[in-house]
Structures are given as C-alpha cells and as structure tokens.
Design a protein around this ligand. Structure first.
Ligand code: ADP
Ligand code: ZN
Ligand code: MG
Length: 493
C-alpha cells in the first residue's frame, strides 16, 4: 500500500501470516496410522506413537518429506542439505507428549516467495520459512463454547497429522492481498497434489497485524526492520479460509485504527476470530518463543535430503501453464485462466487438444462444460471423458448443431449419464441437410411473400424471420448457417 493510502492515513497496515496446511499423505507424520479419518469414530486412528505412550519412537514419513520438498520447490525456497526436528514444549490436553515435534532453526524450506496479483498489480510476497510439524489432537467442548461447556472430550485422530507451517515476511499491506495470497497458495498446493482444500481444517491461518506510522514507509512501500519490530501487533487465530482471512483482518484494521485515533496503545496479544459474530476477541497475552523451551528431538536423526531432493519432480505450475496455454493454443487470458483453475481441468483440456482444434476444445471446456458443471455443482470427475470426446466429434464432423449439442446432448450426458449417440438418435437430432432444407426454404418463401418483399426492400429483420420459419419447419435440426446461405441464394436469384 501504497503511497496513496499512506497519504490519506496516518498509518500503513502491515500483515504477516503463519499458514498451516495439511499435507495429503496416506499415513501420519511419525507413525503408520491412516490419515483418512473423516468417517470414523474418535480415537480410532491412534497408536502408541501418536498417543505419546512411554517408549514409543517416531519414524518420519518419507511421503511427507517429499511433499515438503515439492512445496519448497514451488515456493522457490532454499532446501538445505540437512534439516532437523525440535520439540516445542507446552502443556495442553490435545498434546499427549506435552511437546509437539516441529522444526525450529533448521526448517526444510527457507527464503522462498510467491507472486500474487491484486487488482491487476503483481506483488511478490516473501516466505521466511516453511517447516514440517505434527498436528495436535482436537478438543470437543460439550455444551457449546469453551467457556460454557460442561466438559470437554479429546480426539487423538488428528494427533500426528502432517502439517506444513508456512511463515511469510510482513509483506502484506492490506486484507485483500492476504486473500489473494491464500487463494494462490491453495492453487499451487493443489497443483502439486499435496493438499486438499475440501478436507475439513486443511487450511488454518494465524495472521499478525500492526499499524506502522506512515512516515516509516519508504517510497517503494518498504518498511525498515526497526519500525516493524517497534510496532505493537496482534495475532489473529482461528482463520480457516481466504474469505475468512479478509474479513477478520478488515475487522482488525478498523479496531486498531479506532484505538489509535482515541490515543490508546495497541496491546500485543492473541485474538480469536469469531466467524459467526464477525469480530475478533482477546484471548491471552502473546506467548514468546522462550516460553516453549525448544530443544532438539533426540529420537529423530537429522534429515538429509541432498541427492534425493533433486529427483523429486514438480509439475508445471499454474502461472507458467496459463502463459503457455495462451502462447501455444492461442487462448484468451480469460480462457487460459478458466482452463488452468485446477490441474485436473488443465489436464482434461490439454488431452483434448491432441484430437481437436485447441480453440474448439477451449470453447467447449471453458464456456460450456465448466458452466454446466458449475450450475449443477458437479465435479469434473463426474464427466465421462470418452462420451465428451464423442460429443466433440459429432460437433466437429458437423453431425449435430452446436445448440443441440450443448442444450440437449451435453445436458443429458450430465443429468442422466446418457451416451451422446443414444441422445442424438432418441431426440432425432441428426442434422437435416440437403433436399429437406431446400424444400423447407422454398416453402418458407412461398408462404411468406411479405417477408420476401421486405427482404428485397433491404429490411434486415426479414431474412432472420425467414431463417426462423425454416428452423421451425425442420424442428431445429437444420444448420442455421446453411439455411441462411440457401435462403440468400434463392432470394437473390
Ligand atoms: P515472533 O517472534 O512472534 O515469532 P516473527 O518475526 O517470527 O515473530 O514473525 C512472526 C510473524 O509475524 C510472521 O508472519 C511475520 O511476517 C509477522 N510480523 C512480523 N512483524 C510484523 C509486524 N510489524 N506487523 C505484522 N506482522 C508482523
Ligand atoms: Zn499413530
Ligand atoms: Mg517466529
């Protein structure tokens, strides 16, 4: 933000994020318990390791490390040869060992960045670090909120789930940028195949926010380390979506500005985002790093990824793919953006370009298929690829009209799982051509002398009227372009 905003306000908004994402692996981070817990009873996905029983030893999950390396590569981060795990000590019922295994001064990813676009401007957000850690269990407060509950139950199914904590530099200058960043991050993680946005609680955000006096903001928008350190900040917890982040931070900006205007100091504290009420509430004074007495996790050896990390591939990322789709297939920015919204859509489209004209395939996937799916709230998975290819062939070979292909065949495919040829046959959609059309044109001319006269008088609407008569006579199965052409030929004869 922005020289402009700082001119009209006394303070610049500064935000930095700590984002927890759950990595999609089959088993937990340090044991063999399955991560597929959604449909199961509490405490059924546990073992001595994730329950923290005495003598149980953790073993690091290779797939989680591989996923972390992919994230590091996608964020253009440094991945050191050797990284290490630490114990973060605190007491809480959801943490059976009384410490969380995490990474401290030797995280697996350091100094990365992610480019976002906000209102047409490119911004680079620097990533300080991204590390692996285990999730604690979860608490269920019976009878409502924590302060009103009669009792609380603990579920250790979540204990030991693999998380990655991604810590950004305080580079955000407003809630809108945070929202754009989180959306972009989710997109990249899904491309990597390491993240599922649909999984409950797979994204959790802690947002640090402060107001920095406008005179500390340089012309290029940068703020010195001293000014950042001097600013009192709050940490807003319990944010679980990009929309939620934007709302919570917008609220917090207003709250802090009001306090400053009244001459009150911002208290350095942790606040809780109450999604339902749309407010942040004070939770506790902010704990400091020294409170956690980090020390090395002696049960796990240092983790060496050199020699291996080079062999872990990552797919082409969304920005690069968008750019290539525009160049290689001549797509508009809007089409390229729709067709790369997920890796799955992009792969689906790109496979079609092997068989069809890229422009035809783009129009059918971006405009028609995605629109119809969206309307039905159906996933792309639900589309029978072979049937869709057949539909495009019917259009490509001019066997049915585009209108019938979309409004009848595609819809029947999605609604009833129908086979395209069966629908064409059943609904009599085979294109009427040749003699039948010529006959219908002659009839239309004979039966509508007024329209013919208007046509010759140069009235635009007359031809359309006649096309409409022919289309009606052929039950919509004639090709409007062909009808148009034959009509003109006859009328101009
Ligand atoms: P801590 O000592 O609280 O761990 P860090 O320097 O590690 O502080 O930063 C934690 C988070 O706070 C990071 O996401 C960082 O971007 C953010 N942060 C740092 N300074 C500020 C600030 N002045 N305003 C808002 N966020 C900040
Ligand atoms: Zn376990
Ligand atoms: Mg820190």
């Amino acid at each position: 933000m922005t020289a402009q905003a700082t001119q009209t306000r006394d303070h610049a908004v500064v935000i930095g994020l700590e984002v927890h994402v759950q990595l999609e692996t089959a088993t937990k981070l340090f044991c063999g318990c399955s991560t597929d817990t959604a449909d199961d009873a509490p405490n059924t996905h546990t073992c001595p390791v994730c329950l923290g029983l005495p003598g149980a030893l953790p073993v690091v999950n290779e797939a989680a490390v591989e996923a972390a390396v992919k994230v590091g590569k996608a964020l253009d981060a440094d991945i050191p040869e050797e990284t290490r795990f630490h114990r973060k000590n605190y007491y809480y019922p959801d943490l059976p060992k009384n410490f969380q295994i995490t990474q401290y001064d030797e995280p697996i990813c350091q100094d990365g960045s992610l480019e976002i676009r906000v209102e047409g401007n490119r911004r680079t957000i620097d990533i300080e670090r991204a590390h692996l850690e285990e999730d604690p269990g979860s608490l269920k407060h019976e009878g409502g909120a924590i302060d009103r509950a009669e009792y609380t139950m603990v579920d250790y199914n979540r204990a030991g789930m693999p998380l990655m904590e991604i810590v950004t530099e305080p580079d955000f200058r407003g809630p809108g940028e945070v929202r754009a960043f989180l959306a972009k991050l989710e997109e990249v993680l899904e491309y990597l195949g390491v993240f599922d946005a649909e999984r409950d609680g797979s994204l959790r955000v802690d947002a640090n926010i402060s107001l920095v006096p406008a005179e500390e903001v340089g012309e290029d928008g940068s703020i010195g380390a001293d000014a950042l350190a001097a600013a009192n900040r709050t940490e807003v917890k319990n944010i679980s979506s990009h929309k939620g982040a934007e709302k919570a931070l917008a609220y917090e900006v207003t709250r802090q500005r009001n306090a400053v205007q009244r001459g009150r100091e911002i208290e350095q504290e942790t606040r809780h985002w109450d999604e339902g009420r749309g407010v942040t509430v004070s939770m506790r004074s902010k704990e400091e790093e020294k409170d956690y007495r980090y020390f090395r996790e002696a049960d796990l050896p240092p983790l060496r990824v050199s020699g291996w990390k080079e062999e872990i591939p990552i797919p082409e990322l969304p920005d690069a793919r968008r750019k290539r789709f525009r160049e290689e297939y001549g797509l508009s920015a809007e089409e390229a953006s729709k067709l790369t919204s997920t890796k799955q859509v992009a792969d689906f489209y790109e496979d079609l370009t092997a068989e069809f004209d890229p422009a035809l395939a783009a129009a059918w996937v971006a405009d028609r298929l995605l629109g119809e799916l969206n309307y039905r709230d159906m996933p792309l998975d639900a589309v029978d690829r072979e049937a869709f290819v057949r539909l495009l062939s019917l259009v490509d070979e001019d066997e049915i009209t585009v209108k019938n292909a979309e409004e009848v065949v595609l819809r029947a495919m999605l609604d009833e799982g129908a086979d395209p040829d069966t629908v064409v046959e059943r609904e009599g959609l085979g294109k009427t051509g040749g003699d039948e059309v010529v006959e219908a044109v002659s009839e239309a001319i004979d039966e509508n002398p007024d329209a013919v006269e208007d046509y010759h008088a140069g009235e635009d609407g007359a031809l359309n009227f006649l096309v409409g008569q022919v289309m009606a006579a052929t039950g919509g199965s004639a090709d409007p372009g062909e009808v148009n052409q034959i009509l003109r030929e006859k009328l101009d004869d």
